[in-house]
Design a protein. Structure first.
Length: 438
């Protein structure tokens, strides 16, 4: 009887843990759904919040709102990482998802500039700040928590599932954006998409709250103050500083083909924005199909060499496409973006296991949070506004390559330096530590 009771409790515990992992996947889906939705709908949002400017500068201003996240994400990352020391990962993930869900819902309720004037873009910036602040907790904790709390033989499966949820969130945003942009009522329908994201967040919150398990806290840092957290950052400042551009390049592999190219191509080619968004949805389906295979291959091959090869593939395909853009057909553009996506998927899939082994285990959430959130904001999420500004200043379609080449060279140089400076060897996807500088 006692054995049957223990087996039942063990089964329930496994079921709860699996359900909690699914809630993490849903939270990641929501974060990318919201941020991608904003990027895809920027042409509509520019009209709603910045109606007094030309279409090109409406785009630049709509993407320029991302500037506020340069501050929000690093601060949010430090804040939620600190909470993991005190309250554990599970409770912190519950709070971060709650903030993301509420901010996503509020996004759908903001009045436009025609209703409240200058207060509309001000409210937009406040809500995007709150969303980015809370999303930093999701991105800093969820991926690593999912992997480290799974059995060894399930880690790659859950990692692939987590990455697939990223693509699914972007795909949902792309599909909804296409429908909205096709509609003549698009300046109002965009609100429904963000309200749908709020409903999705409530579902994820229910799963996290219902299946939340008690977690043993780290006793040595259970009453951790910022006076104790900030020195941990100072100790590893070189590692963080080196990883910021690398994380930024990783985000560039998403924001360039999926966010920037849609409005950019609509400005300089005869193809409509809705047609380009349909192409984006097709690319995202291919991305989702590629992910499991890429994750399997990355696990079998050298992670560092995979990172270098995929980074070069991405940059080379971007260069060829932008240089030949004005002579390209829609099919040529599709294949150029597809090669960029393949390079980006491979780079992102290899980056998580490669960086995870650079961090000391006690501070992994904190250090990853600071490096990832600063990199994704400074170099990744800012890609559309920087590239559009370069085009506005030069009027050359290939001018975004100035930024792309610069970031690629910096990221590759820092990856090579980290690989050899930190003295680690890699055998078939497994790291063997030979020394870690303190």
């Amino acid at each position: 009887m006692f054995s049957l009771s223990n087996n039942h409790q063990h089964f329930q515990s496994q079921r709860s843990a699996k359900s909690y992992r699914w809630s993490i996947v849903i939270g990641n889906l929501l974060e990318h759904f919201d941020s991608s939705l904003y990027g895809f709908l920027a042409p509509v949002l520019g009209k709603v919040f910045f109606p007094d400017f030309s279409p090109l500068y409406q785009l630049i201003l709509a993407y320029g709102v991302y500037v506020i996240t340069f501050v929000a994400r690093p601060l949010g990352g430090i804040f939620f990482s600190k909470l993991t020391y005190q309250y554990g990962s599970l409770r912190t993930l519950l709070w971060s998802l709650m903030g993301v869900a509420i901010a996503t819902g509020l996004m759908g309720l903001i009045p436009g500039a025609h209703q409240i004037g200058i207060f509309a873009p001000c409210l937009l910036m406040v809500i995007r700040f709150a969303q980015s602040f809370c999303a930093a907790g999701e991105s800093a904790i969820a991926g690593y928590y999912l992997i480290e709390n799974s059995a060894k033989n399930q880690q790659m499966s859950w990692s692939a599932m987590y990455q697939s949820s990223t693509v699914l969130g972007i795909l949902m945003a792309s599909s909804l954006s296409t429908l909205i942009l096709f509609s003549p009522e698009n300046e109002e329908l965009w609100r429904l998409a963000f309200l749908l994201g709020f409903a999705l967040g409530i579902w994820g919150l229910w799963m996290r709250y219902y299946y939340q398990r008690e977690e043993t806290m780290i006793s040595s840092l259970s009453f951790c103050s910022y006076e104790k957290v900030l020195p941990r950052i100072r100790i590893h400042w070189k590692l963080i500083l080196c990883l910021i551009p690398i994380y930024g390049f990783s985000y560039l592999t998403y924001s360039l083909p999926f966010v920037f190219l849609n409005p950019f191509l609509a400005q300089i080619t005869p193809f409509s924005l809705s047609t380009l968004l349909e192409q984006t949805s097709s690319l995202l389906w291919l991305d989702a199909l590629l992910l499991p295979g890429v994750a399997f291959l990355v696990h079998r091959f050298n992670w560092f060499k995979t990172l270098i090869g995929c980074a070069l593939l991405f940059t080379l395909s971007a260069a060829i496409m932008l240089v030949c853009l004005l002579q390209s057909s829609l099919l040529t553009i599709f294949f150029g973006r597809l090669i960029m996506v393949i390079g980006g998927v491979g780079f992102t899939a290899a980056l998580i296991p490669w960086t995870a082994n650079l961090y000391p285990s006690r501070d992994k959430y904190l250090l990853h949070s600071v490096g990832y959130n600063m990199g994704s904001e400074l170099f990744g999420r800012s890609t559309p506004v920087i590239c559009l500004w370069l085009y506005a200043m030069t009027n050359y379609p290939s001018s975004p390559l100035i930024y792309i080449f610069s970031l690629t060279i910096i990221a590759l140089g820092l990856m090579i330096w980290l690989q050899f400076s930190y003295g680690r060897q890699e055998v078939k996807g497994d790291w063997v530590e030979t020394g870690f500088p303190s």
